[in-house]
Design a protein around this ligand. Sequence first.
Ligand code: AR6
Length: 175
Amino acid sequence: MNITDRIILVQEDLTQMDVAAIVNAANRSLLGGGGVDGAIHRAAGSGLLEECRALNGCATGSAKITGGHKLKAKHVIHAVGPIWHGGDSGEDNLLQSAYKTCLELAGQYKCKSLAFPNISTGVYGFPKRKAAPIAIKAVKEFLEKNELPEKVYFVCFDSENYALYDDFLSQDLKF
Ligand code: AR6
């Protein structure tokens, strides 16, 4: 299967995805919050928060994995993207590193399918047009070298992100 067939763009609710692992756009406490984080914790139930408490937080640009509890997904990978501070504080690298760590964890846990939200582009204010190619590049680079995950879903909640991803993916960007 070529890389293009392994990347799937959808506009859906991430919490309902029937995949091996979904990625949460979390914060460093890993103790829940608003946006997609709040939606994931509501759908997964209180067991997820209990498991997260034992993780002692997570650094920005990294990620940690838990079970999926009441979700269809077997795992949740909690990624901490950067807060946008104007672009000169290493935001691009931190975002790329958050995506890469999620992919590595998915590989280690033998996840065949992985679904990403648009990390940092909500409450954290990362410009959507800048974030999309960073996410796509991180995923393509990883899939080129690794068989797992077989499939990666970009789950766009808002139409603006969906249109941007549709555009960037159809250009078949070579990085
Ligand atoms: N399914 C898919 N995507 C969603 C959903 C959903 N159910 N709900 C929101 N999004 P955000 P961040 C999209 O703000 O910017 C939290 O409080 C949303 O449209 O959830 O990384 C955490 O605890 C946007 O494109 O995450 C942190 O404190 C994307 O998810 C902080 O927000 C990410 O938006 C993290 O901020």
